[in-house]
Ligand binder design. Structure first.
Ligand code: IMP
Length: 438
């Protein structure tokens, strides 16, 4: 049986999942996304050339890999067609017939409803939330609904457009023209050749012994159920979402890997206990090039928060961690790690359920010396400066999960795979210098 591995972000997204998935993809037959839509921004850099994927699995550049967009995703057909562009993905890219569509009015409604704006959740404004609202309200459009002749569907589309326009007018936003439905129809026609029953496809592949990598988008703290609600995305980003978002049984999952940045970032609104509003925050932002890959927004930066990562470990039961952007900390003389929270005079190691309470949490710090030397491009753990090794060991100790992969730069080959660290013996075969990209 091949390995069935879920890769999940352990913080608020942007942990570097694109690079980790790209690295692991070589050893997998199928790579599947299970939630979200083109709100994601997965950056892959090979030989100095950077590609950002919003909708397609990061493995699409690997020739011959089967790539799947699962039923748990919301698909904007135009974004899908634009992203494929020149990539040769014939016969190996499949979109679930049960995935919901982001309709032309979803983005406009999101822009009009103030709760999503920059003084509220601060969403990516791609229509993700309203599309999931339609899904839950059971008024959405699945890909299978539009995959045949439009026929009677035109009447339903016109009625829904009219209703959306009425709401837009209530918000003093100009109505969408009827031609948006013709454009939508055109985009859907282009999407059709990729539509498949992807749950069936993946379950068949698993039965044949193929390996499957489930690629999470966003991060655990943005999970609609377990994240910092309401400052979350509208899907289940945590590992459980992979089973429902693809249609595979939990008993078929081999394990999970958590991707975690050596510090913390978050985009949009919401509490962030270790946030740095000082020159160190500005340094992390600049040195780490912390600008949203989807929206171009500056990411908020702060120290590593072990409370957040431990919560993600509990929710996802990570077998191993991939630690990214270690090199960003190279020039700092001292590094802080949040090891607990102080709330109303009591120390806690848990994330409180109420967002207002999380906003009041004060971090309990542990400060460690920096290493003040470059780790950029180091590929062996033993070659890391002693204090950097100690920092990684501290994270392992606080999280009680081994750090199996360490990223020391954006390039694919700027990576350490710790070959003598369990689990996942098969990962020892990963050749970090190997570039087999289309
Ligand atoms: P939405 O997913 O566009 O509805 O945005 C909801 C929240 O999730 C906002 O705070 C976004 O900034 C955040 N978010 C959505 N996608 C990403 C991502 O790929 N990385 C980081 N944050 C994200």
């Amino acid at each position: 049986m091949g390995v069935r591995l879920i890769v999940v972000g352990a913080q608020w997204g942007d942990e570097g999942k694109g690079k980790v998935v790209d690295l692991l993809a070589e050893t997998f037959d199928v790579v599947a996304r299970y939630q979200g839509g083109h709100n994601a921004g997965h950056t892959v850099r090979v030989n100095g050339v950077e590609r950002v994927f919003h909708l397609l699995p990061s493995a699409i550049l690997h020739p011959g890999k089967i790539c799947v967009l699962g039923n748990g995703m919301v698909i904007n057909p135009k974004a899908f067609n634009d992203e494929i562009g020149e990539i040769n993905c014939d016969g190996r890219l499949f979109v679930s017939d049960r995935a919901h569509l982001i309709m032309p009015w979803h983005k406009e409604l999101e822009r009009a409803r103030s709760c999503y704006g920059k003084d509220g959740i601060g969403t990516t404004q791609r229509g993700i939330g309203p599309a999931y609202v339609s899904k839950s309200a059971r008024t959405g459009y699945r890909i299978c609904d539009v995959a045949g002749q439009f026929g009677d569907l035109w009447a339903r589309l016109r009625k829904d457009l009219q209703e959306a326009n009425e709401e837009l007018l209530d918000h003093n936003v100009g109505p969408l023209p009827g031609t948006c439905l013709n454009d939508f129809h055109g985009e859907v026609q282009q999407l059709k050749p990729f539509v498949a029953d992807t749950s069936l496809l993946i379950n068949k592949a698993i039965r044949k012994g193929k390996s499957v990598l489930f690629e999470g988008a966003q991060g655990t703290m943005l999970d609609i159920d377990h994240g910092t609600y309401p400052y979350v995305t509208s899907s289940n980003t945590a590992a459980g979402g992979a089973c429902t978002g693809i249609g595979v049984a939990p008993t078929l999952i081999t394990g999970t890997i958590g991707v975690v940045k050596a510090y913390t970032t978050r985009v949009g609104g919401g509490p962030f206990p270790t946030e740095l509003d000082d020159n160190i925050g500005a340094y992390l932002q600049k040195r780490g090039r912390e600008v949203g890959a989807s929206t171009g927004r500056t990411r908020r930066c702060g120290w590593f928060d072990a409370v957040v990562v431990r919560q993600a470990i509990m929710l996802n039961n990570f077998n191993a961690l991939a630690l990214t952007k270690l090199d960003v900390l190279d020039d700092l003389p001292g590094i802080k790690v949040c090891v607990g929270y102080l709330l109303d005079g009591s120390e806690s190691c848990q994330i409180p359920a109420r967002t207002e309470d999380l906003a009041r949490c004060q971090p309990v710090w542990q400060t460690v010396p920096g290493w003040l030397t470059s780790t950029r491009g180091i590929t062996h753990f033993s070659k890391l400066p002693y204090q950097a090794q100690k920092y990684i060991r501290l994270i392992e100790e606080l999280c009680d999960v081994p750090v199996k992969i360490v990223s020391t730069g954006p390039e694919r080959n700027e990576t350490i795979v710790r070959r003598n660290v369990e689990p996942f013996g098969w990962m020892d075969d990963i050749q970090v210098g190997k570039v087999a990209v289309a």
